[in-house]
Design a protein around this ligand. Structure first.
Ligand SMILES: *Cc1c(COP(=O)(O)O)cnc(C)c1O
Length: 287
């Protein structure tokens, strides 16, 4: 079985309409990055691509990264590594479960070596393990931070702008897990555009989960707004309100959302629109 590489030509800008947006006179469009590949969805390819470029430059054949048992980042890495002829290792948080998640099974099927790490060890490895220890683990592979959250990941996320047609959106909304994608969007946006990041984590505040030190755009801090109240209990947590909203959104637009990121993002956008927070005049927004 051969996995095809991501196809950026499949990206579309879909209109999402509903009574709230009509009442607020908002035109909302959705950048369908999820269409590029069945396993490498959304922003994951953009965050990975410069790590692949680096691996080629440094002649490394193996890519290693971190993630939870449902990590779309690890699955995307497994799939891209498989298409481009690299080997890959996924360091997974927690003890090996009795039943592997669908995500990990799919990653393994694509040739990823899965290593389970007890939580303490995972934390230690992720933050501040001495380089010598990491090198041993690596065996010459290239280490990618969890979620692609590093300089290469942000640079890749900046390129998402190349996929947005030359329409001047006033607001660009995006879900934030590590904040890498939002950081990239802020870096490449125009100073009069607003980037709204919707945190899917519980307990974040201010600019979290972003590391604002990574924002290069001088107007960046002013352009960014993080929303913290729409996490539905935390990462991958959901309620009936959210699933009903997602079903309704699918019925009205044909756009599928997920319970980890885009469902919460869409919910936040609808809520902001209902409260008149996305401008009074005719406004366009995409994400
Ligand atoms: C993974 C993912 C995110 C989170 O991206 P970060 O760069 O980690 O913040 C947001 N939205 C979608 C659709 C995703 O798949």
């Amino acid at each position: 079985m051969h996995t095809l590489s991501p196809d950026l030509k499949k990206i579309t800008l879909d209109i999402w309409e509903n009574a709230i947006f009509r009442a607020a006179r908002l035109q909302v469009e959705v950048l369908r990055l999820d269409k590029i590949h069945p396993d490498i969805s959304g922003n994951k390819w953009f965050k990975l691509k410069y790590y692949f470029e680096k691996a080629v430059e440094e002649n490394r054949k193996k890519l290693i990264s971190f993630g939870g048992p449902y990590s779309n980042h690890l699955l995307a890495l497994a799939s891209a590594a498989h298409s481009y002829g690299f080997s890959s290792v996924g360091m997974v948080r927690g003890e090996e479960p009795e039943r592997w998640s669908h995500t990990l099974l799919a990653a393994k099927e694509l040739g990823m070596e899965i290593r389970f790490l007890p939580r303490m060890e995972y934390k230690r490895l992720k933050h501040g393990t001495p380089a010598t220890v990491l090198n041993q683990i690596n065996e010459g592979g290239l280490l990618i931070p969890e979620g692609g959250a590093g300089a290469e990941g942000i640079r890749g996320a900046e390129d998402i702008f190349e996929q947005i047609p030359p329409i001047k959106f006033s607001h660009i909304c995006c879900a934030a897990g590590t904040g890498t994608t939002v950081a990239g969007l802020v870096n490449r946006a125009q100073p009069d555009q607003k980037i709204i990041g919707v945190s899917v984590l519980k307990g974040t505040k201010n600019d979290e989960p972003l590391d604002t030190a990574s924002i290069k755009n001088p107007a960046g801090k002013r352009m960014l707004e993080m929303i913290h109240g729409e996490h539905f209990g935390g990462y991958a947590k959901y309620s009936k309100t959210l699933t009903e909203f997602m079903n309704r959104t699918f019925c009205e637009s044909g756009i599928p959302t997920d319970m980890v990121y885009t469902g919460k993002l869409f919910f936040a956008v609808a809520r902001m629109a209902a409260f008149g927070l996305l401008n009074k005049t005719l406004t366009r927004s995409g994400g």
